[in-house]
Design a binder for this molecule. Structure first.
Ligand code: F6P
Length: 334
């Protein structure tokens, strides 16, 4: 058989572990299978840029961040039917039996569209996808996106470093977090590090109350601002500063952006194990001649949820809000 493996969308820790696991499971379960790495994600599929990869090429890669195959965004793919068809035809012409993808919600949508073209035109490749995104916004009803836990760990460490200075100088830090329209990363990083507050993407923030909360702290405060929130960290700083001036309170407020540092670096054990487990299950299913589908799970050893690609992209699978219970939980951690 002939497999291809690619990463799509924003890179994240655990993507290399996924590539490694696909190659190793494929070769260990059937040595005659060849595995082709797609260079630079969707761009590589458009340009027919593949290279053969062996288990040896993946030595030491499990923990390494980023994607050694590359993962370039191709925004036009969402609407450009010619590009979508080019990919479907290239996969078929290269005799790829199964394409294994780890990517974010944009990649999953593209995979679904290309799969529909493949079926309509009677082409041969099947597509197996799983979620790789620090945002945890891909079918998160069924499991965690790979990279999410690693990004929380990075954020936790950075928030601890910021606390040192905030406390030593009695400062307030407004900290920007990635996570796009999902508040999961800023929220859970905030809870893990005991930050004073995390502003969610669609939140109607009561700044007067927030200012009082900060004022009641004796030494330091860290307020996390989600990337998807309407104000930048600078704008949040300005609003709070105006309130403090009006109340004749002096608090030094600084801003800092964690964004790209959250996405890079070594993978957490949970992300390595979960992405390897999902890759293994995908390879086993491919050898059993499964149809195109999406995989997710919360934990290693849990039987993954398998969904048709068009079911996996439904919005109802990405309940990105933070539930009442999680809010109570965070308050109980204060
Ligand atoms: O999807 C992952 C992510 O890191 C988001 O949190 C963020 O909005 C986006 O990617 C940034 O992407 P880029 O690398 O294109 O700036």
């Amino acid at each position: 058989m002939k497999f291809a493996v690619m990463t799509g969308g924003g890179d994240g820790p655990g993507m290399n572990a996924f590539i490694r696991a696909v190659v190793r499971a494929a070769k260990n379960l059937k040595s005659t299978t060849s595995v082709w790495g797609v260079i630079d994600g969707w761009k590589g599929l458009i340009e027919n840029d593949f290279k053969i990869i062996t288990p040896k090429d993946t030595r030491g890669m499990a923990k390494v961040g980023g994607s050694f195959l590359g993962t370039l965004r191709v925004p036009e793919l969402a609407t450009d039917v010619d590009l979508q068809r080019t990919i479907a035809v290239n996969l078929h012409d290269n005799l790829i039996d199964y394409l294994f993808i780890m990517g974010g919600n944009g990649s999953l949508k593209a995979a679904n569209t290309i799969n529909e073209i493949i079926k309509k035109e009677g082409l041969s490749t099947k597509i197996l996808c799983t979620a790789g995104s620090i945002d945890n916004d891909v079918a998160n009803k069924y499991g965690y996106s790979i990279g999410f836990y690693s990004a929380i760990e990075k954020s936790l460490e950075m928030l601890e470093w910021i606390r040192d200075t905030a406390s030593a100088h009695r400062r307030v830090y407004i900290v920007r977090s990635m996570g796009r329209d999902s508040g999961h990363l800023p929220y859970f990083a905030g809870v893990a590090s005991g930050a004073e507050y995390a502003i969610m993407p669609n939140e109607d923030v009561d700044f007067e109350k927030l200012a009082t909360m900060i004022d009641e702290r004796d030494r330091d405060s860290r307020i996390i601002v989600s990337e998807g929130y309407e104000k930048t960290e600078e704008e949040v700083r300005k609003v709070l500063e105006d309130i403090f001036n009006k109340r004749h309170i002096s608090h030094e407020i600084r801003t800092v952006d964690m964004s790209y540092f959250q996405r890079g670096g070594t993978a957490a054990a949970k992300d390595i194990l979960l992405s390897s487990w999902l890759a293994y299950k995908m390879v086993v299913d491919a050898y059993n001649k499964c149809e195109s589908q999406f995989y997710n799970a919360f934990n290693i050893a849990q039987e993954p949820t398998r969904l048709p690609l068009y079911d996996a992209i439904k919005d109802e699978n990405n309940e990105m809000g933070i539930s009442e219970e999680l809010i109570k939980f965070a308050q109980a951690m204060k």
